[in-house]
Design a protein around this ligand. Sequence first.
Ligand code: KIV
Ligand code: ZN
Length: 515
Amino acid sequence: MSKEKLVIFDTTLRDGEQSPGASMTKDEKVRIAKMLEKMRIDVIEAGFAIASPGDFKSVKAVADVIKDSTVCSLARAVDADIDRAAEALKGANQSRIHTFIATSPIHMKHKLNMSPDEVLAQAVHAVKRARNYTNDVEFSLEDGSRSDFDFMCRITEAAINAGATTINVPDTVGYGEPIEYGNMFRQLIEAVPNADKAIFSTHCHNDLGLAVANSLAAVMNGVRQIECTINGLGERAGNASLEEVVMAIRTRKDIFPVETNIDTTNILPTSRLVSSVTGFPVQPNKAIVGANSFAHESGIHQDGILKHRETYEIMRAEDVGWNTNKIVLGKHSGRAAVKARFEALGISFESQDAINLAFSRFKELADKKHEVFDEDLHALVSSASSGRKQETFLLVDMDIVCKTGHKPHAKLTLQVRGEDVVAESDGSGPVDASYKAIEQVVQSGTDLQLYSVNAITQGTDSQGEVTVRLERDGQIVNGIGSDTDIVAASVRAYLSALNMLEAPHTGVHPQRSGV
Ligand code: KIV
Ligand code: ZN
């Protein structure tokens, strides 16, 4: 059976970043984009250029460095958004403008306060304007799955006539169900007379845990682009997970009439990178990329695997990047080797000072840890950069005492706005004592929503990566810290979250701001 191409559109850097607390810096986005390019993603949605000056710079930075994937910016169906997206994408080899407007009765009435005819006219205008900048224009019917079918057909036909080359009908609120959502696409493609002039696309949210199932049902009904994210990151319960979608298509090639261009061996490293940058750990039983996804516990299963692997395995772990984790560096590795390895991971340095700093951090780590893996290098850079450029709070020194029969005690020297301050506290454990000591000085008024520790690699000398989520006045931030000493990693994570609160992200949210 000859296969049609399925376009993989990754929106980790845009919808993924809409996960509360998942904000990424420009450099982090560039690192992730380079990994996505290496994975041969067709379209990378790099952000929402008009949202803030920071978002604009990130889209521009990604557009300037990515050569093989198409780089895309989101834009509401308004002139200013489209012009800003085009400006950010100027340096791209291949660019796409993705413009959208809500089409469901509930959104048009309560959010936009517009009639269907007004929405249609605005969509047509937006697509035409975007076509002045690029031949690759995607139009999304926001809340498409809850829209009136006849209106959906009218606006789709009009958008294609205006020049849209991709039509995306998102399940914005994760309400769809596979049979219904798949049928909707089949009927839409049959009903729209110029449907053959565009690629139809899905964008599913996971509120009912159906995002991947809905996306795949859509493919069985004529859709040829899936929008998805690494680790299923995204607004609320997230988007369809890229790794699950791609591996389902590949593993069940007997039923799917499509194939992707993805180099699946880059899935795991990219998942690890996204997790480390955002501080969102991957649950152990997560399909494809979770620590247990290829681990066999039951004796019967182990016996079966040893006799014939396919008794219990439908995919090969190495095909998604497991077991390819070579030891790369150790304490005898030189500067050139370390720099080359960082560069191979998409991490570049702006100055000689930055290289020196990274190298000295690497040496510190290699002294404590025998083998330094790629994951360690990613964590080292994420942890160093997660406090952003200007750090208000820095750890200078820590002295922790844990003794049987005594309350753990922490004495920390912090640098607060350039001045050294000493803080001490007891606590129920060393981390608790350290956080209490920090709070004595900072009095942040935050609520600790999440504290999690993960081993980055295997063995007792692994670095612990700590994620701390803090909330203050509705703003949520994730701080990340890594160290072979998990108390030190915990302190770094807490300080990095506090530093982020000092530099709040004030962007426009695409779906909460009306047109
Ligand atoms: O969920 C959604 O509808 C979106 C659109 C902007 C595509 O993210
Ligand atoms: Zn979305």
